[in-house]
Design a protein around this ligand. Structure first.
Ligand code: KQY
Length: 363
């Protein structure tokens, strides 16, 4: 029987580990909704299965599936991936799933943030989102881990931590009135500290150009190690991403982390613009209240949206000439890991990428 805990992790001696710390397993969800994934999710399911297989070479993977898709997912998943029925509205485990925290004895707890589909009725990406909002609680129950229900809206993709007291986020997302309109910046910062256990919150301005999440940091920048940050970049000053990345670079260059370090920034050049084709747009069902997928629209493609697993890191590949360069730019700062890339266009078409569809459970 798992408990709903009063209080918050910090005062109980818990903190959010960095993603590169050892994992017990990875959690994912299964894509199927036809107003977000083309052709009823079939091409995305192939891409999700490839991501799960890549991670499963390093650590256990569990994928949560709506009842009607159980048999299909079980057939498509490698046999060593655990498939469980877990009702959901869409497939973004990073955002609706749990954030795990640990204490010095290695005990585990879950933060169950409020989830409102990236903006609720004021710009959210679909309605309803009630099943998504129960995912973290169900994972906590399955793993028999006690849970904090955070009394504010937050998605896992909107924060990154270095595991040593520093958190990275964006103002565009966390200060967006469609998340926590009654909280000031200072109150949000205080809440982040109480729940993740960090001492220092570093605020970037905006997320990647055309990111439908209101600027999640996990598509823009991430820690590679304490003191080292990867940032999506473009050398093209006329590209709409340039001023966003330049502003982030300027801020990162001035920040000091919780350990008193200046940050080293590794620029990772974005792929050339990736545009939704006619055929891709036509494959998505049009429904009231769903985010439109229009032919000709640029997608928010970034190599920063990768995932650390035990002994490895899994990167998105877009079939772009920057795919290999991204891995080589990061390799020196992710030592001792195998760097893998898997086809990610179909995941990108749903509005996110590999980091957004995964969630680590610490060892
Ligand atoms: O960026 C993420 N963490 C999730 C993207 C969600 C897109 C929903 N269509």
């Amino acid at each position: 029987m798992t408990r709903l805990l009063a209080g918050a992790p910090l005062s109980d001696g818990y903190r959010m580990p960095a993603e590169w710390e050892p994992h017990r397993r990875t959690w994912m969800l299964w894509p199927e909704r036809p107003d977000n994934w083309r052709m009823g999710g079939k091409p995305a399911q192939v891409a999700f299965a490839a991501v799960a297989a890549a991670i499963a070479a390093f650590e256990p993977v569990t994928i949560g599936v709506n009842r009607d898709q159980y048999q299909n997912a079980r057939e498509m998943m490698p046999h060593d991936v655990r498939v469980v029925e877990l009702a959901n509205n869409d497939a973004w485990m990073r955002d609706c799933g749990p954030t795990f925290v640990t204490d010095l004895s290695g005990n585990l707890r879950v933060i169950d943030w409020e989830f409102n589909a990236w903006g609720g009725l004021a710009g959210g990406l679909y309605f309803p989102w009630d099943r998504d909002d129960q995912v973290a609680r169900k994972v906590a129950d399955l793993e028999e881990v006690d849970r904090y229900r955070a009394p504010f809206v937050l998605e896992g993709g909107s924060i990154h931590v270095d595991g040593q007291g520093t958190l990275l986020t964006t103002e565009e997302c966390l200060l967006n009135p469609n998340r926590n309109p009654s909280m000031s910046k200072a109150e949000i910062e205080e809440a982040l500290k109480r729940y993740t256990g960090v001492k220092t919150v570093l605020w970037l301005s905006a997320g990647v150009y055309r990111d439908e999440t209101s600027g999640h940091v996990d598509n823009l920048a991430c820690f590679l190690q304490p003191g080292i940050v990867a940032l999506t970049w473009t050398d093209d000053h006329n590209d709409p991403q340039y001023p966003i990345s330049k502003d982030a670079l300027d801020r990162l260059s001035k920040f000091t982390d919780a350990g008193g370090r200046d940050l080293k920034v590794i620029k990772v050049h974005q792929p050339d613009p990736i545009i939704i084709t006619e055929a891709e747009a036509e494959g998505v069902d049009v429904m009231d209240g769903s985010y439109p997928r229009m032919a000709g629209d640029r997608m928010a493609a970034s190599y920063i949206n990768f995932y650390f697993c035990n002994g490895g890191a899994v990167f998105p590949a877009f079939g772009d000439h920057h795919d290999g360069q991204a891995l080589e730019a990061l390799r020196p700062y992710i030592p001792g890991r195998q760097l893998i890339n898997t086809p990610a266009r179909e995941i990108l078409l749903g509005g996110g990428n590999i980091h957004c569809i995964t969630q680590q459970q610490p060892a």
